[in-house]
Design a protein around this ligand. Structure first.
Ligand SMILES: CC(C)(COP(=O)(O)OP(=O)(O)OC[C@H]1O[C@@H](n2cnc3c(N)ncnc32)[C@H](O)[C@@H]1OP(=O)(O)O)[C@@H](O)C(=O)NCCC(=O)NCCS
Length: 307
């Protein structure tokens, strides 16, 4: 049997990672074939590669959201070259990104929260983990092994921003990364400034703030190239109607060709008005998490690669 070696990635691995990404259909901007995205993962997360017979056969990355005991480890990427699927590469990478995963057969003495996980499992103080899983047959079983359960679909919706019914009483204005990150931190306690900065540096990147009857009510960043352009992430103030916030921002986006994308949890109240306005469901991922409370599907507007 061929040995699988897993090691930290370096910039010299970017071309080999890109080959795996393209072979698994990840050839768009802000994904594994985009050096800017890989540099972001290297700087702000943990990016690993798997090698078999001296060549890179896969890569995976996590990013810690928040800090202290409430921090959540988000699996941003896990892609294995199709020629090597089902031979343990995905599991080998994940065992290092998430050591001590419940049921992994590896108690992983170095894993944060590993002891609690073995004792109590999800919901009872185990490692806080989440990902947006693809619907590939190997993905859900693999993540389940590491203590995640499947909770709801994340819908990739796309459409014409001019058809979005903007609610009354809202105004949306360009903002700075600092203003947007400060608003989000105020509402959630989590500093996402590095993420907003990275999204704002993407093509057509623009942080925005939305006001309801003059009060700051939502803040996020729109970005992306071509069909990828859309709302990368939106934080919404408590007690503000989440559907109105999403519609207000989408209706005012300066989309390069009039079209935009947003990823919404299936139960999000903005889904129905967007579909009614002619927006299309393009794709779905599956929100998998050690605890369903890590994201509220009625309010979250997450980024599939960075939540
Ligand atoms: C998903 C992916 C990362 C998994 O990596 P992999 O190297 O193929 O997976 P592994 O061989 O390590 O593990 C697959 C597991 O799924 C299990 N499995 C496969 N098909 C299954 C099925 N239909 N039902 C239940 N379990 C299944 C295997 O038995 C194995 O579990 P085991 O380690 O307990 O035996 C990889 O297949 C991939 O890159 N797919 C395409 C891109 C993609 O969708 N990536 C996921 C992004 S979230």
């Amino acid at each position: 049997m061929n040995m699988i070696t897993v090691r930290p990635a370096a910039p010299a691995d970017f071309p080999a990672i890109a080959k795996v990404a393209v072979a698994t259909g990840q050839d768009e901007e802000w994904a594994g074939a985009d050096p800017a995205y890989l540099a972001y993962l290297l700087e702000h997360g943990t990016l690993l590669v798997a090698e078999r017979e001296g060549s890179v056969t896969g890569f995976g990355a996590t990013r810690l959201i928040g800090d202290g005991p409430a921090a959540v480890s988000m699996l941003c990427d896990l892609f294995i070259h199709p020629g090597t699927h089902g031979r343990g590469c995905g599991r080998a990478i994940l065992s290092q990104l998430w050591p001590g995963g419940p049921g992994s057969g590896d108690p992983g003495p170095s894993g944060p929260g590993a002891g609690e996980a073995a004792a109590g499992g999800p919901f009872r103080g185990g490692p806080r983990r989440m990902t947006f899983s693809s619907l590939h047959a190997h993905a859900l079983p693999l993540y389940t092994r590491f203590g995640l359960d499947a909770w709801w679909p994340l819908l990739y919706l796309a459409g014409d921003v001019r058809t979005v019914p903007g609610p009354d009483g809202w105004t949306v204005a360009a903002a700075s990364v600092t203003e947007v990150a400060a608003a989000e931190q105020d509402w959630t306690g989590v500093d996402r400034s590095a993420d907003h900065r990275a999204w704002a540096a993407r093509p057509h990147g623009q942080p925005v703030r939305a006001f309801r009857h003059g009060e700051l009510a939502a803040a996020g960043t729109a970005a992306g190239h071509g069909a990828e352009y859309g709302l990368a992430h939106l934080a919404i103030a408590p007690d503000v109607p989440a559907a109105d916030a999403v519609l207000a921002v989408l209706a005012t986006l300066r989309a390069p060709d009039g079209r935009a994308r947003v990823c919404l949890p299936g139960p999000h109240p903005a889904v129905r008005p967007l579909l009614a306005a002619g927006w299309r469901h393009q794709d779905s991922d599956l929100f998998m998490a050690s605890d369903p409370r890590l994201l509220d599907p009625r309010r979250a507007v997450p980024n599939p690669g960075g939540a």
